[in-house]
Design a protein around this ligand. Structure first.
Ligand code: GRF
Length: 216
């Protein structure tokens, strides 16, 4: 399975995917492209070090959003991935991309959807809202991307306990370590090995109870 990974920042989730492929916890998978909207993203450095082709295109480089959206679609078409992985990508994926790659885009979100998600819930803001609300558990979700914001079918989730002394930063870090870096590589491996299907708008995973729950 050829994947394109879309990033905006540090790229620790990208690194978890690269490591997963190298250690064979992700099989049948090759990263054909890393795309970033942000030229300063450390994720680009990680791609470079791993010898993976990367492209940086920012909306700022284009006269308007429509022109950027077309350029983004063209970049993805050229790479022709079987799956697009949004790994901390802050660009809103345009509808033309969602339509062309329908059912073939996944995203990692740092909360347990449907809590703390949707418009305005990105990056540290998610964790700030969790602490403001006094929630005692948070976590991460991998889901398919549809036209809405964080509304597509859920593939995998993992809970992480909130500590009374957490700051948004410590909670973000623990959710990455304990949840995101595990469930994103796992979801890619499951999809690459044809274990994921969507029935009635819900994800079914072959052998979920036996093979997946044990690893989580
Ligand atoms: C992660 O928390 C991801 O869930 C969120 O942005 C962060 C990206 O981190 N959407 P990184 O770039 O993978 O280190």
């Amino acid at each position: 399975m050829k994947i394109a990974v879309m990033v905006s920042g540090g790229g620790t989730n990208l690194q978890a995917i690269i490591d997963g492929i190298n250690t064979r916890s992700i099989t049948n998978t090759e990263i054909v492209l890393v795309y970033s909207n942000n030229p300063g993203a450390y994720a680009l450095e990680r791609a470079n070090k791993a010898g993976i082709k990367s492209v940086c295109k920012s909306p700022k480089d284009y006269p308007d959003r429509a022109a950027f959206n077309e350029a983004l679609l063209e970049t993805l078409r050229e790479a022709s991935p079987d799956l697009i992985v949004l790994a901390g990508c802050l660009v809103v994926i345009p509808e033309i991309v969602v339509r062309e790659f329908a059912g073939r885009i996944i995203n990692i979100h740092p909360s347990l959807i449907p809590s703390f998600c949707g418009t305005g819930f990105y990056g540290l803001k998610v964790h700030e809202k969790v602490l403001e609300r006094g929630a005692k558990v948070s976590g991460a979700t991998v889901h398919f991307v549809d036209e809405g914001t964080d509304t597509g079918p859920i593939i995998l989730q993992k809970p992480v306990m909130v500590r009374s002394d957490d700051t948004p930063e410590t909670l973000q870090r623990r959710i990455m370590e304990q949840a995101e870096w595990k469930i994103l590589p796992m979801a890619i491996d499951l999809i690459a090995n044809n274990k994921v299907s969507i029935r009635n708008g819900r994800v079914c995973i072959d052998d979920y109870d036996n093979s997946v729950l044990e690893q989580l």
